[in-house]
Design a protein around this ligand. Structure first.
Ligand code: NAI
Length: 252
């Protein structure tokens, strides 16, 4: 979909959008007539997403930690499909390990995917948004940045960085017409949370017992919030970190 200024269809870019929360966001965007480009690593999952979402979706196989190749990627995307209206920084990885078992390399791996790649792709997309004088960026944070969770030290550091970056980006970019917000999902039923919870019934019990609504969220719950933050319905909202968590962050 080339944005030639003749049509009004908005264009979204979602990282890690071939599975879990990112795919639910892509589905919701396409359902709401937003042309949606998904960047992810797994060609098979990308093809499945494309098959399900159809003509309003394009998929690109790319490893977001190849930082030096990101500027060329974004230029190519924009000349092929048009300038990006909504960027959802959703791709992320987790690692559950005892504090003393986490190697320097483990720590760096998480930070590179969850923090540095968010900065690099945002910087490149923002250049086009500044030219248009508008845009919406949505970063995906986590409960790990709201309170202490054991055994996820690198993930916690990365999501706390996302919250800080969201505020710093919002104050610098909002005067240029670009709103920047984050969503802090609670515990949402995806492959990532299944890995962390299914083999640890004590942890799962703890999660549910402090979630006032009493159940795990669904990826579509995050998608609904992303649609809101990406649209003009939230035009006076910038710099917020919105928990979508069944009350988990305020649960006793
Ligand atoms: P997921 O593992 O289903 O999806 C993550 C996606 O990111 C995958 O498609 C993966 O291929 C992609 N990805 C990872 N590294 C990449 C790279 N270097 N280049 C390109 N793509 C890459 O996980 P889920 O649960 O959907 O998580 C999505 C986001 O939501 C993450 O940022 C996660 O931290 C966050 N989140 C998830 C929660 C949950 O309960 N599931 C809770 C709080 C936050």
């Amino acid at each position: 979909m080339k944005d030639d200024g003749q049509h009004k269809q908005r264009i979204a870019l979602i990282t890690g959008g071939a599975s879990g929360i990112g795919f639910a966001i892509a589905k919701e965007f396409v359902r709401n007539n937003i042309f949606t480009i998904i960047i992810s690593r797994d060609p098979a999952k990308l093809q499945k997403a494309k098959d399900e979402l159809g003509a309003s979706c394009e998929v690109i196989s790319f490893d977001l930690t190849k930082f030096e190749r990101v500027p060329e990627l974004i230029e190519r995307v924009q000349s092929q499909f048009g300038s990006i209206d909504i960027l959802v920084n959703n791709a992320g990885i987790n690692m559950k390990k005892d504090f003393c078992e986490v190697s320097n390399e483990d720590f760096q791996t998480i930070l590179q995917t969850n923090v540095t790649s968010v900065f690099v792709i945002s910087r490149e997309v923002v250049k086009g948004m500044i030219e248009k004088g508008r845009g919406s960026i949505i970063n995906i944070s986590s409960m790990a940045a709201q309170y202490g969770i054991p055994k996820v030290i690198a993930y916690t550091a990365s999501k706390a960085a996302i919250d800080g970056m969201t505020k710093a980006m919002a104050v610098e970019l909002s005067p240029k017409g670009i709103r920047v917000n984050a969503i802090a999902p609670g515990f949402i039923a995806t492959d990532m949370s299944a890995k962390a919870l299914n083999s640890d019934s004590e942890r799962k019990h703890k999660v549910l017992s402090r979630t006032p609504l009493g159940y795990l969220g669904d990826p579509s719950d995050i998608a609904a919030a992303a649609l809101f933050l990406g649209s003009d319905s939230s035009k006076y909202i910038t710099g917020v970190i919105l928990p979508v968590d069944g009350g988990n962050s305020i649960g006793f």
